[in-house]
Design a protein around this ligand. Structure first.
Ligand SMILES: [Zn+2]
Length: 571
């Protein structure tokens, strides 16, 4: 049975300490100097694996209540330390498990009091379930208010998850951190907040949301111009964001922006790392924990593009191709529009290498809600995302070469006056593997070994693609019609049959024909690389069982994530 994987602030340090001395490690984990200290003196710790010039930065707990991101980073460190295939002379992994240690301490210290010291594991899981259910119900309140089922005042009432903390012993809270305790308790008292707001605290000890803490955050102006208090949404609806509090407050003084110490540390760290001689940040993965989706597309900030000479199209392509690689392991939906939320990440995303913000869990109810289902947490959240990270590292050279191939293809198509929006570039990337699996597999091989002379294959590929784009062939028609003419269709048909049978077993109504088509479309749209490999192997009489098994487990995860029958987003 899967374990309750909760870690409080002290647990994180202890687990990493143990990890550093683990004799089974094949790659050394080093503790570096902290990248900085918070206002209240907590270190922002930094660990590395590998000594190569290509740095991949991984951070957790920007939002403190999203503690599962830190738990994930610790497990990722554990896994990478034992990976014999990791190229330690080529890459350095820079882990910052907790960007916001004050907030992490505030949140988990309150949760510790709720979970209890000597509670057995089953009881902790059951408490996490209660927390999860209460939080979910609270998050529904705004919708009920909107529908007139509840009065407007319900928004400002104490939330039921907050009430779970009413009777905690405050004497025991934040022992050993009196200054942090004083400050957060004074925020709570001045606003007459329930003590339970500390249980899902996302800001730092000064009540500033680090993710929102950038000077060009449009929320600053909106908040400044508001007449009267501005409240948060959903489960935080009884707290304000125009003054320091648990979440979404961008800075201390709206009229005079200042960076928080944690963000200064993060910005300095990234800039210093990137400016080292012969070293560069090739990717930054910033883990958050809402929704179970991935943000990958940067907001186009013209002044930033000019200031740092950033090639936006390259960025868009590299991030998208990378998120597809991630998706082939974690089954998460890719958000294709510009990201409206992660403000600090926008700067980092445009400035340094490939950047994907993975929102780890769709369970919601941070911090402990996602831990209430240990099996799902381990097998749908942690393991597939570790795999996704590894796929990225293993495929980095291919991602870069393939992206530059796509970029040159796009400019050739533009020369022929075919106009390209970002969405059309995304479509093109998806289409290539879907419609030209054999060619794609060949191209993959060529791009992986750059020393081979691949110019002829690539120019051949250009022509093929141009023709395919001009012919406007309807995708996947042959599969929809169940034409059992080739080996791929026979195998895929069998796979589909057993999948629909299993799905139907769990439904009151069998799948309709439309749903079946949507399912087929989604499988093709979502896992083009895998489908390409299956097609290639089928057509060349190679083994396909393992690939189908992989496809099956991805779909299984998608069922758990609830995104199997999503209609493609309007492009
Ligand atoms: Zn977040």
């Amino acid at each position: 049975m899967a374990k309750f994987m909760y870690m409080n602030y002290q647990d994180v340090d202890e687990q990493i300490e143990k990890l550093i001395h683990d004799k089974k490690n094949v790659n050394e984990i080093r503790e570096e100097e902290p990248i900085g200290y918070t206002e209240y003196g907590l270190p922002i710790r930094h660990y590395t694996i590998g000594k190569g010039p290509k740095h991949i930065v991984v951070s957790g707990s920007y939002h403190a209540a999203e503690i599962i991101t830190t738990i994930f980073v610790v497990h990722l460190m554990k896994d990478m330390a034992k990976d014999p295939h990791f190229k330690k002379n080529e890459y350095t992994l820079d882990f910052i498990p907790i960007v916001n240690p004050e907030g992490y301490l505030i949140t988990t210290s309150m949760q510790d009091l709720y979970l209890g010291n000597n509670t057995v594991e089953e009881e902790k899981i059951s408490k996490a379930k209660t927390y999860w259910a209460s939080y979910r119900a609270d998050a529904m309140i705004p919708a009920k208010v909107k529908k007139g089922e509840l009065p407007e005042t319900a928004m400002l009432e104490k939330k039921s998850y907050q009430a779970l903390f009413d009777n905690v012993n405050l004497e025991e809270y934040l022992k050993g951190y009196p200054k942090i305790k004083d400050n957060v308790l004074s925020i709570v008292r001045e606003n007459s907040y329930p003590i339970g707001v500390l249980a899902a605290w996302s800001a730092n000890a000064s009540g500033i949301d680090l993710s929102q803490n950038v000077p060009y955050n449009p929320a600053i102006k909106t908040l400044l111009e508001a007449d009267g208090p501005v409240y948060n949404h959903l489960a935080y609806a009884n707290t304000r964001k125009d003054i320091p509090g648990p979440i979404n407050t961008p800075c201390r003084n709206l009229a005079h922006f200042t960076f928080e110490a944690e963000n200064l540390a993060m910005l300095n760290f990234m800039e210093e790392l990137n400016s080292r001689k012969d070293q560069e940040i090739i990717a930054y993965f910033n883990y958050h924990s809402v929704m179970g989706k991935m943000y990958q597309r940067p907001v186009k900030e013209d002044w930033l593009l000019k200031l740092y000479n950033i090639d936006y199209e390259k960025k868009v392509i590299e991030n998208y191709v990378s998120s597809r690689i991630f998706r082939s392991a974690n089954a998460y939906d890719i958000i294709e529009s510009e990201d409206p939320y992660s403000y600090i990440n926008e700067f980092l995303r445009l400035r340094y290498g490939i950047d994907i913000q993975v929102e780890l869990s769709r369970m919601g109810s941070n911090p402990i809600g996602p831990l209430a289902d240990p099996d799902t947490f381990e097998n749908v959240t942690i393991k597939p995302n570790i795999k996704a990270f590894k796929y990225f590292v293993q495929n980095y050279d291919f991602i870069v070469n393939y992206s530059s191939f796509i970029q040159s293809l796009v400019s050739k198509l533009k020369e022929d006056n075919i106009l390209f929006s970002v969405y059309q570039i995304y479509d093109l990337i998806d289409k290539i593997v879907r419609e030209n699996p054999t060619l794609y597999t060949k191209l993959q091989e060529e791009l992986r070994s750059m020393e081979s002379n691949n110019a002829h294959v690539i120019s051949y590929f250009y022509e093929e693609l141009k023709n395919a784009l001009n012919n406007n062939v309807k995708e996947n028609e042959e599969v929809k019609k169940y034409v059992l003419e080739d080996k791929f269709n026979i195998g895929f048909h069998e796979f589909l049959n057993s999948l629909t049978m299993e799905l139907n077993n769990h439904r009151s109504m069998p799948l309709t024909e439309d749903e079946l088509y949507l399912l087929i479309d989604n499988i093709f749209r979502d896992y083009p690389e895998l489908i390409a490999n299956i097609k290639y192997n089928s057509l060349h009489n190679l083994e396909t069982d393992e690939l189908y098994q992989q496809l099956y487990s991805l779909i299984h995860n998608q069922i758990k994530m609830g995104n199997l029958f999503n209609k493609p987003k309007g492009r």
